[in-house]
Design a protein around this ligand. Structure first.
Ligand code: SF4
Length: 339
């Protein structure tokens, strides 16, 4: 073949690249609920991956979830068969003072690089194991009080609910997923709980989700998001098991807090979310709408803050972006500390 010396590449043809149609995975909580709470925060930390200075919410919620997961594992004897059928610490509770003393001793031993003291209870042992894992991801408690409070709530939950709840737990961290036209939707349900008759039938199962907050402290918009989350889970559950779950339950762990363990479940600790087919369809449509909004925001790289009144002041108080955001303080912004 004669080569045109002035245009040596004229005969070379390069096929255009076929961009593969890769579907993005959207998590119900990490993506959809986060974006609905505050698009700017979502864009900064979830899309651009800036590291937040403090991960207070992540610490508290994750440590409660993971230690409770170990409590279920303990009861079912999955790691150590000898613990099967028993509650961690047999449901006993140690005082805040003992917890604090142990944390102080541990800190001292770690500082002096000497042998660390034995945890005074199984719950504290699980707590420290989980906390060490979180530390390696840069997630820490910002105060000692927060750590003591987390252990207190875990002990109370274990003592109050353990004997009736743990035997009914059919699965923990139950993964659900659905392949939609242009994205993959997934979620993780904290607990699948058999209804009282203990028939292992998917139609008799309840989905439980733990929240670290109190029901009364939850901003109405967040509550709508929690209900939305449970309805999307119900749809995913139906796609996986062919039937809807019997119930969708939110458990607000902070409702247990106080100087002593409650002798019966506080009225506001448990909230049953209604999951009628109509409500589920609405939630699934909203999910698809939110995915479109996220895709649009990605396209323009534009992440607007939540509007005042649509996000709790508590969420803004611990957000690193608050110094440059008009939303906190009822839309007045945060006063800068320097002149
Ligand atoms: S301060 Fe509040 S509204 Fe502003 S970005 Fe942070 S969470 Fe969003």
């Amino acid at each position: 073949m004669a080569i045109n010396k002035r245009k040596p590449f004229q005969a070379v043809s390069i096929p255009s690249l076929n961009t593969p149609n890769i579907k993005r995975r959207y998590s119900v909580t990490q993506d959809i609920v986060s974006f609905r709470r505050c698009p700017r925060q979502y864009g900064t930390f979830n899309v651009h991956k800036y590291a937040p200075a403090y991960q207070t919410q992540a610490y508290f919620g994750t440590i409660l979830h993971q230690v409770l997961d170990r409590c279920h594992t303990h009861f079912h004897g999955k790691i150590e068969p000898s613990t099967k059928g028993s509650l961690p610490d047999n449901g006993n509770i140690i005082s805040d003072q003992e917890i604090e003393e142990y944390f102080d001793d541990l800190k001292q031993a770690e500082g002096a690089k000497t042998t660390t003291p034995t945890p005074p209870s199984e719950i504290i042992q699980y707590f420290i194991e989980v906390e060490n894992g979180l530390k390696s991801q840069g997630i820490r408690a910002i105060t000692q009080d927060m750590r003591v409070k987390a252990v207190r709530l875990l002990q109370y939950f274990n003592a109050l609910e353990g004997l009736t709840l743990y035997p009914r737990v059919k699965d923990t961290e139950h993964r659900l997923q659905a392949d939609r036209t242009n994205h993959i939707l997934h979620g993780v349900v904290d607990l699948l709980v058999d209804s009282e008759n203990l028939q292992a039938n998917p139609a008799d199962c309840e989905m439980w989700d733990y929240k670290g907050s109190s029901l009364l402290d939850v901003n109405p918009k967040d509550l709508v998001n929690y209900e939305f989350q449970m309805r999307v889970y119900a749809k995913l559950y139906e796609l996986k098991h062919g039937v809807l779950p019997k119930k969708a339950i939110l458990y607000f762990l902070n409702e247990l807090d106080g100087s002593t363990c409650p002798s019966q479940r506080p009225k506001n600790a448990l909230l049953e979310v209604s999951i009628t087919p109509h409500e589920i369809d609405d939630a699934v449509n909203e999910f698809a709408q939110t995915v479109l909004q996220i895709e649009q925001a990605r396209l323009n790289d534009q992440w607007n803050p939540a509007t005042s009144g649509n996000i709790s002041e508590k969420d803004c108080d611990i957000c690193d972006l608050r110094w440059d955001c008009k939303t906190p303080n009822n839309g007045k912004g945060v006063q800068l500390r320097y002149p």
